[in-house]
Ligand binder design. Sequence first.
Ligand SMILES: [Zn+2]
Length: 215
Amino acid sequence: MFIGHFAAGMAAKQVKPTLSLGTLFLAAQFLDLLWPTLLLLGIEHVIISPGISNMTPLDFVDYPISHSLLVVVIWSLLFGVGYFLFTKNRTGALVLGGLVLSHWVLDLIVHIPDLPLYPGESPKVRLGLWNSPFFTILIEGVIFVVGLGLYLHIKNKKNEPVTWKFWSLVAFLVLIYVINFIGPPPPDVQMIALAGQLQWLFVLWGWWADKQRTI
Ligand SMILES: [Zn+2]
């Protein structure tokens, strides 16, 4: 799942419009922002195995800190509580904590059996949509359009402009999604980890695109 996570961030704007899109992206994509660094540090591991599923050549053999349900719940609590301590904003904290958790739930829909429930010898769970490219793109596409629609709806309601900065972000997200799908498998794990760091760009882009002009 890729653009679906960003769609969750956009959709959450509906619940808490004052949260910047960058902050919402940070929460929704937090686990995948953490993962490349854990790969670089050699703490988590992935194997490039073309054909492992029809959507991705990556075999997520070991990622208990970024993607096991138990640790994800802890990340979600830390994110929410941390935000609350800094801002005293309860709704914002709930939205952001919920978004961190939503990442695992959305991943569950598409991943093949590789998502652990807890670190160690855990059963691996999945719903396995990645075995069908058609349904993966269909479901993720629908999630993306719904998230985008909810974002545009709230911006419209608040009379806030949606500029080319936002539309260029949307176009770039879709482009990266397509490249991921049709492009060749990555040459090595180092490359995956370095390319993964580029996702921070979307967080910054979200902040930039969603800046509100106050009157
Ligand atoms: Zn993920």
